[in-house]
Ligand binder design. Structure first.
Ligand code: COA
Length: 380
């Protein structure tokens, strides 16, 4: 009997369980998402992104004292600021470099400045996780400023991670609603079990490579439009539709043309992604605050038509961009923002992988020839 007969081939590893994990549980039929036992709906209602990073990395909620120390470390300028040589390197990049290319390059470069770069002990990986989580918003915002010919803004240690990021992007303190919305978006994107980028990060970590390398693998996988890149594609669709009155005709034509509609469908959820409702509410509230709810109106029409025609549901990427657009964040920054949050999950998974490691090395079902005869080049 062949290996493939024992273990039937699953295209895209659908439903294949790769390893036990205590970090995240998805109930795809009930539409529930759980981090370390806590329903994400409860975390959205009561927690903060800073606390969620502690929960994911340490496996439990912190005490008041532990949380205060964790927030202080994540907010410290020493941890948030970028090495000046890295900023100088960013200035050398072509202006057209996309923000995803910048963070993929930037995280790789940050490892060369990290004092713990080659140390894979749990303590060192925790220190690196904290620094990378603190540095990523500074990196994303610095590139936004540099490509617009402006000077990067020094992080403000008095602001939380969400508020400080919005401040470093625009130079203005965000409204409480914007800061709250952004913090919620970060909580919702922090982890999602063995999604493609986390799996990529774990494969890299399982070779006993380091955190920065695993995160670079994760960023590369997140970039694609079937994964994190979908949020950007959703907003490009909304920009094409432009007018809520034209949304129904536009989406019906797209479905007739057999187009893949970004922000819909999921490998695990058979019902609506539990994160989508929060992002829709926040996108609507922010749209109302800035007096433009047209993006949400367009998306609501798209949801109605795609739901009735294809029976597929919105995922996390459908409404997030509408919220970010209402905060005047450029569309090509949406996926880097996803990475700013998912770094929490990638780090938790690298810690778990290193804690009980075995090389991840699957097999292929070989479908090629095994009896080819080598002809010298002169005879081909
Ligand atoms: N638009 C149109 N049809 C879709 C669809 C979408 N967004 N998502 C799934 N489908 C259809 C497929 O055409 C296929 O139909 P068929 O069996 O008639 O050919 C069926 O649903 C299964 O799709 P498949 O691509 O095999 O599912 P998957 O589990 O491999 O893919 C995704 C999951 C997420 C990659 C897929 O739903 C998708 O491409 N979504 C759009 C990108 C996106 O939003 N990604 C973010 C995910 S959080």
């Amino acid at each position: 009997m062949t290996d493939a007969a024992v273990n039937p081939l699953k295209a895209g590893l659908e439903d294949v369980v790769v390893s036990p994990s205590e970090i995240c549980f998805i109930d795809g039929r009930k539409g529930r998402l759980i981090y370390r036992g806590y329903d994400v709906d409860d975390l959205v209602a009561h927690s903060t992104f800073e606390e969620v990073t502690y929960l994911l990395w340490q496996g439990r909620l912190p005490s008041r004292k532990e949380l205060d120390a964790h927030i202080k470390a994540l907010s410290a300028t020493a941890n948030r600021k970028l090495p000046p040589k890295l900023v100088a390197m960013l200035r050398l990049l072509p202006r057209k470099t996309t923000p995803m290319e910048v963070i993929r390059t930037g995280v790789s470069a940050l490892s060369t400045f990290d004092p713990d770069a080659a140390d894979n002990s749990r303590e060192a990986t925790l220190r690196k996780s904290l620094r990378l989580t603190a540095q990523l918003p500074t990196l994303v915002a610095a590139w936004e400023r540099i490509r617009r010919g402006k000077t990067p803004i020094t992080p403000n240690p008095k602001l939380n991670l969400a508020g400080n990021f919005l401040y470093m992007m625009s130079g203005k303190k965000p409204t409480p609603l914007a800061a709250q919305t952004f913090d919620t978006a970060l909580i919702l994107h922090a982890d999602h079990e063995f999604n493609a980028s986390t799996f990529a990060a774990r494969v890299t970590a399982a070779t006993l490579s380091d955190l920065h390398s695993a995160v670079v693998s994760g960023i590369g996988a997140l970039k694609g439009p079937l994964h994190g890149g979908a949020n950007e594609q959703v907003m490009l669709m909304v920009e094409k539709i432009k007018d809520p009155a034209k949304a129904e005709a536009w989406i019906r034509k797209a479905l007739t043309d057999k187009a893949r509609i970004m922000g819909f469908g999921h490998r695990v959820y058979r019902v609506e992604d539990p994160r989508a409702k929060h992002l829709k509410r926040l996108a609507l509230e922010l749209g109302q605050q800035v007096g433009d709810t047209s993006r949400v109106e367009i998306l609501d029409t798209v949801v109605r038509v795609v739901g009735s025609e294809k029976h597929i549901f919105p995922n996390v990427d459908l409404y997030s961009g509408a919220a970010y657009s209402a905060m005047s964040i450029p569309t090509d920054q949406f996926t880097p923002i996803f990475a700013m949050s998912r770094i929490a999950g990638w780090a938790a998974h690298v810690l778990e992988q290193h804690g009980n490691n075995r090389l991840i090395r699957p097999r292929a079902e070989y479908t090629g020839s095994t009896r080819a005869t080598y002809d010298p080049i002169s005879q081909r």
